[in-house]
Design a protein around this ligand. Structure first.
Ligand code: SF4
Ligand code: SF4
Length: 451
C-alpha cells in the first residue's frame, strides 16, 4: 500500500513492542493505527464520551477503537485495497473527523488524519462522487465565479431545485445551504496602518490571513477582526483569497476533507509562497476560522511540504490565541465598556479549537471585557462537520449529534448571544436551533466603548 500522506512522524511508534500488533501492510500509516491500546476508554457511556458517532449509535465499531480494529483487519488482509472492506467503509463514513479522539484518547489516536488517508486510498479504486467534487471545490469555484452565490440562494428558495439536488446529487433537501454574502469581503489594500499607538510604543505588525469561508460567507467577521487589530495598534498585512492575480489562496481544507491530497498540496504551495516571507520576518499569521487556520498548523505537516510548512506551523495562530498571548504580555489594550453587552454569552467551540485547547484562549479574551457574563456549551461535534450535515444519507445522524447537547443548551438559554468561530458550526446552529451566531471578533467589537 502506497500512502498519500507523510506518516513518518510515527516511524518509531510501537517498534520493539511485542504487543503493539502493528499490521503487516501500511508502513508508518499502520503504526499510526496501531497506537490504539484497546483500553476501551472511547466506548464508555455517560457524559464526556469523545466520539460523536459512538455517542449517537452506541455501536462499538463506530468508536475510535472500533475503527482501529476494522482498519487493522483490513491492513492484515490480502485484499488488494483496504477500501474493499464494507464494514470498515461504513465505519469510516460516519467518522466526522472531529479530532475528539486525538484530544481525549490516552494514546491520541488521530482518526481524522487516518480518515484522510483512507479517503485518498478510496480514490484509487473509486471515482469521486459529483457531490463531493462540488463541495470540495466550492471555495475555489465561488471565489472564481461569484455568481454561484446566486445559484445557492435560488436553490435555498426553490423546493424543486432542493428536491433535484437531493435526488441527483444527494444534497439534503431539508437543509438550507450556507449562503454567500451579497458583498463578500474584498479589502482594497494589502497593508493597513494602526488606528492607535501600540501599548509598547513600538511598531508592531501582524498578518491577518483570511480564509474563503470568512471572506465569502461571513465578511463582517473579517472586517471586525481587521478593525480590532488596527485599533490595538498593529499594522495589519491582509492576505486574502484573491491577493494574487490569477490564483486563489485557500487552505485546501475542503479538498483534503474528501481525500484530494495532491490538489491540496498544490493549493498549499501557493499559500505557502505568499505567507513564507512574512513567516521569515517572524510575524504571526492570524486566522479566524478554526478548521482553516489549524490546517496550516496541523495537516500541512503531513503533506510533505518541507521546512517552509514547519516554519509556518510555528507561527500560525487562531485569532483568540493571538489576542490571549498579547493580553498576557500587555500588548493588547482596547477600550471595552462594562455593560455594553447586556445579554449573557454562550460559546460553542469548534471541534478543532477544542482539540488544541484553544477554548482557554477564548476564556482569557472574554475576561478582558468587564462584567461580561459568559459560559461554554459542553458538547462534542455539532454534527455539521464540514458538509456531513448537508448530505442526504448523513443528515439524520447530523441532527442527532446536534440534539445531544448543543441544541438543548441553546434552548435552555433563549436570551443568550451565541458566539461560535466555526463556519460549519454556525450554520448548524442556524439550521437546527434557528439562532444567529457571532464570531468572537464581532463580539469584541460590539463590546467597545463608542469611539
Ligand atoms: S482509540 Fe484510544 S481510547 Fe479508544 S480504545 Fe484505542 S487507545 Fe483506548
Ligand atoms: S475523529 Fe471524531 S468521529 Fe472520528 S473517530 Fe475520532 S472522535 Fe470519532
Amino acid at each position: 500500500m502506497r500512502t498519500e500522506l507523510d506518516w513518518s512522524e510515527y516511524q518509531d511508534r510501537g517498534m520493539g513492542d511485542a504487543y503493539a500488533d502493528i499490521p503487516k501492510q501500511g508502513g508508518d500509516f499502520a503504526k499510526a493505527v496501531a497506537v490504539c491500546i484497546r483500553s476501551g476508554v472511547c466506548e464508555q457511556h455517560g457524559r464526556g464520551v469523545m466520539c460523536p458517532s459512538y455517542r449517537i449509535t452506541g455501536k462499538p465499531l463506530l468508536s475510535p477503537g472500533g475503527r482501529v480494529q476494522l482498519l487493522k483487519r483490513a491492513l492484515n488482509s490480502d485484499a488488494k485495497a483496504i477500501t474493499y472492506d464494507r464494514e470498515l467503509a461504513e465505519a469510516m463514513d460516519l467518522c466526522v473527523a472531529c479530532k475528539g479522539c486525538k484530544r481525549e484518547c490516552e494514546n491520541n489516536v488521530d482518526m481524522a488524519q487516518i480518515k484522510i488517508e483512507y479517503l485518498a486510498q478510496q480514490l484509487k479504486t473509486q471515482p469521486l462522487l459529483w457531490r463531493s467534487r462540488l463541495f470540495a471545490y466550492s471555495p475555489l469555484w465561488i471565489n472564481r465565479f461569484p455568481w454561484l452565490g446566486r445559484l445557492i440562494r435560488l436553490r435555498n428558495r426553490s423546493a424543486l431545485l432542493a428536491h433535484w439536488g437531493d435526488k441527483w446529487l444527494g444534497i439534503a433537501k431539508q437543509v438550507a445551504l450556507p449562503e454567500v454574502a451579497v458583498t463578500p469581503f474584498a479589502p482594497l489594500d494589502r497593508s493597513f496602518p494602526p488606528l492607535s499607538a501600540h501599548p509598547s510604543g513600538e511598531i508592531r505588525e501582524v498578518v491577518l490571513w483570511l480564509d474563503s469561508f470568512s471572506t465569502l460567507f461571513a465578511p463582517q467577521q473579517a472586517e471586525d477582526a481587521l478593525y480590532l487589530l488596527r485599533l490595538a495598534g498593529f499594522t495589519v498585512h491582509v492576505v486574502h483569497p484573491r491577493s494574487v492575480d490569477g490564483a486563489i489562496l485557500d487552505s485546501g481544507r475542503s479538498l483534503l476533507t474528501f481525500g484530494l491530497v495532491e490538489e491540496t498540496r498544490k493549493l498549499s504551495r501557493q499559500l505557502l509562497k505568499v505567507l513564507s516571507p512574512y513567516v521569515e520576518q517572524g510575524l504571526a499569521i492570524v486566522g479566524l476560522e478554526p478548521s482553516s487556520l489549524l490546517m496550516l498548523r496541523d495537516e500541512y505537516k503531513t503533506l510533505g511540504l518541507g521546512q517552509p510548512a514547519l516554519a509556518l506551523a510555528k507561527q500560525a495562530m487562531l485569532f483568540e490565541e493571538f489576542i490571549a498571548a498579547e493580553l498576557t504580555r500587555g500588548g493588547f489594550q482596547l477600550p471595552f465598556q462594562a455593560g455594553k453587552i447586556t445579554q449573557p454569552v454562550l460559546i460553542h467551540g469548534h471541534c478543532h479549537q477544542k482539540a488544541i485547547g484553544a477554548m482557554k484562549s477564548v476564556r482569557r479574551v472574554l475576561k478582558a471585557i468587564p462584567e461580561l457574563e459568559f459560559s461554554f456549551i459542553e458538547s462534542s461535534c455539532c454534527g455539521m462537520a464540514g458538509t456531513f450535515g448537508l448530505e442526504s444519507e448523513h443528515v439524520d445522524y447530523s441532527h442527532q449529534m446536534a440534539q445531544q447537547s448543543l441544541v438543548p443548551s441553546l434552548q435552555a438559554a433563549p436570551e443568550a448571544l451565541v458566539v461560535c468561530n466555526g463556519f460549519g458550526c454556525a450554520h448548524q446552529i442556524k439550521v437546527t436551533a434557528h439562532r444567529p451566531t457571532s464570531h468572537l471578533a464581532s463580539l469584541l467589537r460590539h463590546a467597545l466603548a463608542e469611539q
